[in-house]
Write a protein of this length. Sequence first.
Length: 143
Amino acid sequence: MSPEPSATLVRRHLKVGWTSLLLFMLLGLVLEGLHAFKVGLYLDGDLEARRLMWTLSHAHGDLLGLIHLAFAAHLSRLNLSERESEATSSLLLAATVLLPGGFFAGGLVVHGGDPGAGVLLAPVGALALIAATAICTRASWRQ
Ligand code: HEM
């Protein structure tokens, strides 16, 4: 017998949420190490853009991990249709790759004070996150 669709979604978002938290907290630890050992490729004055991009990647990856866990915890009470649940799930997954991934990619190669082209993925991820949040907001007012 196949599990309830919502049970499958809850499991998916628990896995993705905890995994994102683990990965992006580890990135925070790496950033701490770069500070501790005064690593030039992170701290040099002309690489300010890299430091900003990787800090934003760390912070947004952590926060998205928490959002996945909140979605998993509240899915059964949100009164979403199956189509809305699936759409929200896909949008959250896309945001988790594109938003912190875009910031991280933007910091890999920087051009003076500007981040690399990878940062263009971040606003696409932001739109996906806003769309997922809008679906949940609408459902929460409907109950
Ligand atoms: C093991 C856990 C964590 C470690 C080791 C860690 C480490 C760090 C480090 C070293 C920075 C500064 C980076 C820099 O400025 O060069 C930072 C910034 C930040 N972290 Fe974390 N972090 C952790 C967990 C979290 C979590 C769970 C969140 C959010 C839910 C978070 C949110 C932020 C934010 C918003 C900033 C930017 C602060 C600012 O620049 O004003 N961090 N973290």
